[in-house]
Design a protein around this ligand. Structure first.
Ligand SMILES: C[S@@+](CC[C@H](N)C(=O)[O-])C[C@H]1O[C@@H](n2cnc3c(N)ncnc32)[C@H](O)[C@@H]1O
Length: 274
């Protein structure tokens, strides 16, 4: 018989373990969420208690258990053309400024950090293609901590929920129907490089240097101030001087950094490495 009750102390230990390894802070009020999501793993692995699960994640030598844990606790909500005001400012104001600096010689480098199932980087790619930028003139990197979402991102087949905000001309040009789903065309798929990156760590950041624009949206909300500071300092190091960081519209860098200079265009805040 499984003991599926998550004791307060075990909850705190699991919560601390998640925080130390990902920066994601789970408040006391979210205990039920952890209990729910992890009990599925317990069943799968035929473990007898959450205490056994804690031992397993702490002492398993390969990264598989940690990966499975991240997959279970992350919130992956996303969709194409999310926060359109921001995207308009990116395409109409920031892009031309950066391209001018590059003078057509250097490639434009964009990073969608915490990309979930790919809707954000693919939106950016379609916008660049619509601006008549040739694929050999830009590179889009996209990363997430969760392998589950990265594998969906690489497949690039989406539900009606994900595509609901895509303007009709984009749908016609870049998607085809497969039953109830929508498959993205290779012309867009091939422009995005996906990789697993934990934003709280410095590992794997070497290939993510010299970015002109970073989108790190709707992920800082899951971190406390200390973790945000670590992540934003990593993003700062990845930006090229003059480059821009966009965070989610409901997020703020208040008390997080003074190194990035905020500016506002049409009520959209962005942060520049000066
Ligand atoms: C709500 S989604 C945001 C997706 C997209 N940026 C958007 O705004 O629509 C948050 C994503 O952050 C990822 N995430 C959480 N903690 C992370 C970490 N420490 N490193 C990298 N990604 C993380 C989650 O796996 C999830 O896919």
């Amino acid at each position: 018989m499984l003991n599926m009750v998550l004791a307060e102390t075990t909850f705190r230990d699991i919560r601390d373990y998640i925080y130390d390894n990902s920066g994601i802070y789970i408040s006391d009020s979210k205990k039920y969420l952890i209990e729910n999501r992890l009990s599925r793993i317990l069943q799968e692995k035929q473990l007898q208690s959450f205490e056994d699960y804690l031992k397993l994640i702490k002492f398993s030598s390969n990264g598989n258990e940690l990966t499975r844990l991240f997959d279970a606790v992350t919130t992956n909500e996303t969709y194409f053309f999310r926060e359109p005001q921001q995207l308009t400012v990116f395409a109409e104001a920031i892009l031309s400024k950066i391209l001018e600096q590059k003078k057509g010689i250097k490639k434009l480098k964009i990073w969608s950090a915490a990309c979930s199932s790919g809707e954000e980087p693919y939106t950016l790619s379609m916008m660049l293609l619509e601006k008549r930028l040739l694929p050999d003139k830009f590179e889009i990197y996209a990363s997430d901590i969760s392998e589950g979402v990265l594998s969906s991102a690489k497949k690039a087949v989406y539900s009606s929920y994900s595509i609901r905000n895509i303007p009709e001309p984009y749908m016609k040009k870049y998607f085809s129907n497969i039953g109830q789903s929508y498959a993205l065309s290779d012309s867009v798929k091939n422009t995005v490089k996906f990789m697993k990156v934990n934003l709280i760590e410095n590992k794997n950041m070497a290939s993510l240097r010299g970015m002109d624009i970073i989108f790190c949206r709707n992920v800082l909300i899951y971190f406390d101030t200390k973790a945000k500071q670590k992540v934003v300092s990593n993003l700062y190091d990845s930006l090229t001087p003059g480059g821009y960081l966009f965070i989610g519209q409901s997020e703020s860098l208040h008390n997080v950094t003074r190194a990035l200079r905020p500016s506002v265009i049409n009520k959209v805040i962005m942060y520049q490495k000066v």
